[in-house]
Ligand binder design. Structure first.
Ligand SMILES: O=c1ccn([C@@H]2O[C@H](COP(=O)(O)O)[C@@H](O)[C@H]2O)c(=O)[nH]1
Length: 224
């Protein structure tokens, strides 16, 4: 089985990203390119990263009216990402149109509640209840819209998997024991996330900011 760790390439410098991936590529299973990388490097950057021959996860978290999101997904089709994210809170029609616009080899997954948010943050936006409740609600919308799965934290993945056994579950906000949490709030270890049903885990800074990224990636892989 391939390694379930997708490395979050959160940087703008393409040379630095290439050098990093060259060091860790044997100990990660895919590359996650997010807004920082994509806004700076665009389609060219994605093509460069694809040369490492690892699956590409485009984490653009699209969120707009259905027509706009569908057109954006169409514009991304030539990149043939293995995984693409949209925000579940965009609603069912937006999710359906995003899925319909994507290529058949692209898994479209819906971000539920960002791992940087807790119950207080949700309450401040008018959402009562726990992140767990909100993840369940949004996972149901994503499932009914025909998406492939969701992005949630490791704290919710077990329950989500129980309700959606063949769903694809992306878990970021993952931290090896004793590592810096930073801006993440709903955090579990990579091993716990996988044991609870994650399909893949997304890991950035614990590898990219490590003194020896290769060693850090190997150490994480050894816990899975
Ligand atoms: O809820 C979410 C959705 C996406 N992310 C992304 O994952 C990585 C996490 O990076 P770390 O450095 O391991 O914290 C980052 O690219 C986020 O945009 C997330 O953290 N939470």
């Amino acid at each position: 089985m391939s390694c379930p760790v997708y490395l979050a390439i959160d940087m703008t410098d393409l040379d630095a990203a290439n050098a990093l991936v060259a060091r860790v590529r044997n100990h990660v299973g895919g590359l996650k390119l997010g807004l920082e990388f994509f806004c700076h490097n665009g389609h060219h950057g994605v093509h460069e990263m694809a040369k490492h021959k690892l699956p590409i996860f485009l984490d653009l978290k699209l969120h707009d009216i259905p027509n706009t999101v569908a057109k954006a997904v169409q514009a991304l089709r030539p990149l043939e990402p293995a995984i693409l994210t949209v925000h579940a809170s965009g609603g069912r029609a937006m999710l359906e149109d995003a899925k319909a616009a994507a290529g058949i080899h692209t898994k479209v997954v819906a971000v539920t509640v960002l791992t940087s948010l807790d119950a207080r943050d949700l309450a401040a936006t008018g959402i009562e209840g726990t992140p767990h409740d909100q993840v369940r609600r949004l996972a149901g919308i994503a499932r009914r819209a025909g998406l492939d799965g969701i992005v949630c934290s490791g704290a919710e993945v077990k329950a989500a998997k129980k309700e959606w056994p063949d769903g694809f579950f992306v878990v970021p906000g993952v931290r090896p024991a004793n590592s810096t949490v930073g801006d993440q709030k709903r955090v579990v270890t990579p091993g716990q996330a996988m044991a609870d049903g994650a399909s893949i885990v997304v890991i950035g800074r614990p590898i990219t900011k490590a003194e020896d990224p290769d060693l850090a990636a190997r150490a994480i892989e050894a816990t899975l």
